[in-house]
Design a binder for this molecule. Structure first.
Ligand code: ATP
Length: 445
């Protein structure tokens, strides 16, 4: 190997995503619709793997967090109480350069205070998408598409408490779509109007809020690095008091250094007792917790780790991308692009690549494919690919991050063995058919 290029610019990234079936522009045949994006076969799989791993880590493997799934369509009363209707009605201006949104009343300059870019005209608008429940478009029937999943958790606080008998500290997690009518979208799937969030509302004794805030900042950070995100590309940035959301007593963002600059990928906020109190007052239903040791009702504080799933897709992909020049040994240098994704994230786990399409070999290869496909210790997508040259097939699998290719040649028919090629080292190992499932299982799990 002679050199590496670990950066890919935004255009290269967008084109890789399209070429390899990760992400397509939505409604592309109509010229693209409102900067919305669709996930292709590889992208859908990667996204599902991220969601499953997040859920596994924070819900299934913990006794102090439960998961729920609440509605996207939400009645206006909830958003009145949460402060979202009032809070997003300011005259906002947005920088056409860096996309930062500003409250016009709070800035003194004509240009963007951060980068001096040109600002849009001020507009009184709410970030939430408004709609009506039922056929009558009356003020009584106004609902909103949720701009965060959190409120579905707060309004169910009592239901979850009564049905699970959880004790403080405990959390409620949710993964789902959220919608924000952003003035300016941009940087591909980084800022869109429809996106997916992975959120936890972690309820704690008020005096322990600071401690749990710190805990969740480092836990979120560690989750990213445990899945291969390079530590030097991550930073934790505490919000300035003027930046804080209306509900927050302190927020720290985890930012990632994309090839085109730093961007927030997760936010961890101390939302205090703001939301539970607001919904208690507005609904008339007490959203409190009976503390056995204090023998009284208290309103817990809540720490909220909130992660954008689409930004996680972008992070894991750009973090894993590498282009390297390989010395082929015969004076030839070849370039290969490889996504060094953690195997748990990889869309395709194993590719079965017969060297020939001849009947005898494909019959044998399909049996190998079926064995791996139906093995209880290997889960995820297994591909069978007998098109084009083996070099091209390796290149295709490298580019989508497939950890292992299993190559079957005519010798396999005699020695009952296959060649397993490792994506990262490109090392090839001859392995007996009877051991191949165990070998792959050991390396993938
Ligand atoms: P930004 O300032 O970048 O718009 P935000 O501070 O408004 O983000 P939060 O309200 O903290 O975002 O939302 C939590 C997470 O949801 C963010 O860290 C991000 O990963 C994701 N997110 C928020 N808005 C969008 C969006 N428009 N498109 C994609 N992901 C988003």
């Amino acid at each position: 190997m002679s050199s590496n290029k670990n950066e890919l610019n935004l255009n290269e990234f967008v084109s890789l995503c399209k070429r390899r079936g990760f992400i397509y522009q939505s409604g592309e045949i109509y010229g693209g619709v409102g900067s919305t994006w669709d996930y292709g076969p590889m992208g859908a799989e990667l996204k599902r793997n991220i969601k499953n791993l997040w859920w596994d880590t924070f819900v299934l493997k913990r006794n102090d967090i439960v998961g729920i799934d609440t509605s996207i369509l939400t009645h206006q009363d909830i958003w009145k109480a949460s402060g979202h209707i009032e809070n997003f009605n300011d005259p906002l201006v947005e920088c056409k350069g860096c996309n930062k949104r500003w409250d016009q009343e709070k800035i003194q300059s004509e240009t963007c205070p951060e980068c001096s870019g040109e600002l849009t005209e001020p507009r009184n608008f709410n970030l939430m998408f408004k709609t009506f429940l039922g056929p009558i478009e009356s003020d009584k029937n106004i609902a909103y598409l949720r701009p965060e999943t959190a409120q579905g958790i707060f309004v169910n606080f009592d239901n979850v408490l009564n049905s699970t008998r959880k004790k403080l500290p405990f959390g409620i997690a949710q993964i789902g779509k959220a919608f924000r009518n952003e003035i300016t979208t941009g940087n591909f799937i980084f800022r869109t109007r429809e996106f997916e969030m992975m959120e936890i509302e972690f309820f704690v004794h008020p005096e322990e809020a600071k401690k749990w805030h710190e805990y969740w900042i480092s836990t979120c950070f560690d989750w990213l690095t445990s899945l291969g995100v390079k530590e030097e590309k991550l930073k934790i940035r505490a919000h300035e008091p003027t930046e804080l959301s209306h509900y927050s007593d302190g927020t720290s963002d985890i930012e990632y250094l994309f090839p085109w600059g730093w961007g927030e990928i997760q936010g961890i906020a101390n939302r205090t007792d703001f939301d539970l109190k607001a919904h208690s007052e507005s609904s008339g239903k007490k959203l409190t917790y009976f503390d056995d040791s204090l023998q009284k009702h208290i309103t817990p504080f809540v720490i909220e780790p909130s992660a954008g799933l689409d930004r996680a897709v972008m992070t894991f992909m750009t973090n894993a991308f590498e282009e390297e020049e390989i010395d082929m040994g015969n004076g030839k240098i070849e370039t290969r692009s490889v996504l060094r994704l953690n195997p748990k994230l990889a869309p395709v786990k194993v590719a079965i690549l017969p060297l020939s399409r001849k009947d005898e070999l494909s019959g044998f290869s399909k049996k190998v494919y079926d064995t791996i496909l139906n093995s209880p210790i290997i889960s995820g997508l297994i591909q069978y690919d007998d098109t084009q040259s083996i070099g091209r097939r390796y290149r295709r699998q490298d580019e989508i991050g497939t950890p292992f290719c299993v190559t079957i040649d005519f010798e396999s028919l005699n020695d009952n063995s296959v060649t397993v090629r490792d994506r990262d080292s490109m090392k090839q190992e001859r392995i007996e058919i009877t051991n191949v499932v165990e070998y792959l299982g050991n390396h993938l799990n």
